[in-house]
Design a protein. Sequence first.
Lengths: 108, 112
Amino acid sequence: RKEVEQDPGPFNVPEGATVAFNCTYSNSASQSFFWYRQDCRKEPKLLMSVYSSGNEDGRFTAQLNRASQYISLLIRDSKLSDSATYLCGTGTASKLTFGTGTRLQVTL
Amino acid sequence: NAGVMQNPRHLVRRRGQEARLRCSPVKGHSHVYWYRQLPEEGLKFMVYLQKENIIDESGMPKERFSAEFPKEGPSILRIQQVVRGDSAAYFCASSPRRDEQFFGPGTRLTVL
């Protein structure tokens, strides 16, 4: 079993739709959690950290469920520019472990 | 505010040559991480360094790969005697603490 698992997608959604991704992790010692966005042939860019209390940044909401060991990302009112691969990462003191990413394609 | 800088952005080597990848972290960041990404695969952790120290190298192949982060200058990832399987994108990330990591643009290594 992979340490961090994501549905690879692609998720094809129309502009304006709401879309949600989940990510499960197996290492119960994970201490930090992040969502990154990666465009084709570019570096991952930090989208948001994920906290137990949940956090929101504009159209993006992230949640952490430690008991079930998953994190989620909700994107509201999708824009064409949201099309990318979304990576979840879980961290211990020394490194991040990433899923293979979920690909999102927002269409007109 | 310069972000993480990596060079070269593209590197072509023939089998058996050496590859040197450089990473300058964000100014003030003392934690540096190297990751490798193969096509259609996720980012794989390789090594975590602080100035002059390797903290965690659990993701580094046992042979041919080494990394350093000297007191002065950039962090270096060195691959000796490259093979075709080393072809990948190598990303460096830096962090001011042991949390959020900010990635550089990567070095795309192609081994002929």
